[in-house]
Design a protein around this ligand. Structure first.
Ligand SMILES: [Fe+2]
Ligand SMILES: [Fe+2]
Length: 475
């Protein structure tokens, strides 16, 4: 029996050592090492985004101008034996001498190791490893406001951004993708800002779902670097990107363009959420991502452009019974109490950090992800349950398991300390959609138009119908 115990202890020690070795493969990089790597990069790096569900993966990359179809090859073997080839499409780039290549890979299986290569004109990249995880449960990293600025030290900004991801992936080997709350770059139209943003090697193996921020509006490049699924164009397309959605297990993710300001743009945004929810009536969890932080911890919250969007979007989140809304913009980490009708909901469990079947919506705001967090001090908003004032970059991991649990862990990527944890347990998965006496848009917008909004709703639906009718002939 003693011998058996010894062997068990030995096996356990070996197992721990192997796990440690696996983690150490993401060893912390020095800035000198990173610089050597960074100097080899340009804006032709490939970006992965989630496909419409866990079985798909989208690719986008810039290449030299040429009219050959882009291809991605996928294999379960490191030498690319028995690969399957996926052919995509090409479109104009923001640079005259480049084009943008988009490919969608389908038929992925869960918990499987893949290798991919991508290229045009028969010239393919080296194989890159891509690991899928469970398709029933999901764990993702949440970051925001990376926004490298071409007038700053881009190497340093890129290094700090990489540091956030390095910490996240060293602590978690079961991440499926990254969610980004927006302000991807500072100005949008500079290749070098995109190179800095895309530089972390993790982005070759982990897809990123990004929402558009106010800084992304200053350029027209957002759509060139992300090949997002289920984009909702509404009445007319936006040069800086659309709202879109994707599904992963029981969770619907709605990535919202919260920056549009025109009247029709607001209607399009509302309709994008409506379309996403109605396409996924069986989703047990609904997560929205908006750049503007309606119940955030920082100085931007009371600004008109944020409060106007809050009036527009919070009612639709409440109408469709969303569980979680992820935000950026303020560059300060904050977690709200559960909110409903602009009031704090008194759920049991705030003090223990675990709530069961809560009423209301939880709002989480990310800090800046490249050492650009605000440090002016706490604003003491009544809705804030936890904030973290520090110049350090932080990130959150959010895990939603198929047994109805959501686990939020937020880490300071510089000190490696866990700064916040919070759990939701859900046993009741039936959404409680609120009733609307004026129709959905009337309820949301009646403060602007009163009962006459129904006319705008009808006109909107009519315009969409005409657009689709014409689209049939154009196609
Ligand atoms: Fe920002
Ligand atoms: Fe912003």
């Amino acid at each position: 029996m003693k011998k058996f115990k010894k062997i068990t202890a030995l096996v356990m020690a070996l197992f721990l050592l192997m796990s440690f070795a696996e983690i150490q493969s993401f060893a912390v990089t020095s800035i000198e090492e990173y610089q050597k790597y960074y100097e080899t990069l340009d804006n032709t790096l490939v970006m992965l985004t989630p496909g419409k569900d866990a079985t798909e993966l989208n690719f986008a990359w810039h290449s030299e101008w040429s009219l050959k179809a882009p291809k991605v090859r996928l294999s379960k073997n490191a030498d690319m034996a028995d690969y399957v080839e996926f052919v995509g499409s090409t479109t104009f780039s923001e640079n005259a001498d480049q084009r943008v290549n988009n490919v969608t890979v389908t038929g992925l299986e869960e918990n499987t190791t893949y290798y991919y290569t991508y290229g045009v004109n028969g010239d393919f990249s080296e194989p890159v490893k891509y690991q899928t995880h469970s398709f029933d449960s999901v764990k993702f990293v949440y970051v925001s406001d990376v926004q490298p600025h071409h007038k700053n030290d881009l190497l340093k900004e890129s290094y700090l951004w990489n540091q956030s991801l390095e910490s996240a992936f060293a602590r978690n080997d079961d991440i499926s993708f990254i969610v980004n709350g927006g302000d991807i770059t500072h100005n949008g139209d500079y290749n070098e800002e995109w190179t800095a943003f895309m530089s972390p090697e993790y982005l070759r193996s982990y897809p990123m779902a990004a929402a558009n921020g106010n800084h992304d509006k200053s350029g027209t490049t957002f759509t060139k670097y992300f090949n997002n699924p289920n984009a909702y164009t509404g009445i007319y397309p936006m040069s800086f990107g659309e709202s879109y959605w994707f599904r992963y297990g029981d969770v619907l993710f709605v990535m919202i363009n919260s920056i549009r300001w025109e009247a029709i743009g607001n209607l399009d945004t509302i309709n994008a959420v409506k379309a996403a929810v109605e396409a996924n009536p069986d989703a047990k969890w609904r997560v929205a991502v908006t750049h503007y932080d309606f119940y955030g911890p920082g100085p931007h919250v009371p600004e008109t452009k944020v409060t106007e969007k809050k009036k527009m979007l919070v009612p639709i989140f409440e109408h469709y019974d969303f569980d979680l809304v992820l935000n950026g913009h303020d560059h300060v980490y904050g977690r709200s109490y559960f909110m409903e009708d602009d009031k704090i909901v008194e759920n049991e469990g705030y003090s223990t950090g675990t709530v069961v079947d809560p009423e209301g919506i939880l709002y989480v705001t990310a800090s800046g992800s490249k050492g650009n967090s605000r440090t002016e001090g706490s604003y003491n908003y009544p809705w804030i349950a936890k904030d973290y004032i520090s110049p350090n970059n932080c990130y959150s991991t959010i895990e939603i398991t198929d047994d109805g649990q959501l686990k939020l862990v937020t880490v300071d990527a510089v000190t490696e300390k866990v700064i916040d944890t919070f759990n939701i347990v859900k046993t009741d998965f039936e959404p409680e959609y609120e009733e609307n006496t004026f129709g959905l848009y009337g309820t949301l917008l009646k403060e602007y138009t009163g009962e006459y909004f129904i006319i705008f709703e009808m006109l909107y639906d009519l315009t969409l119908a005409v657009k689709r009718f014409i689209g049939r002939f154009v196609a």
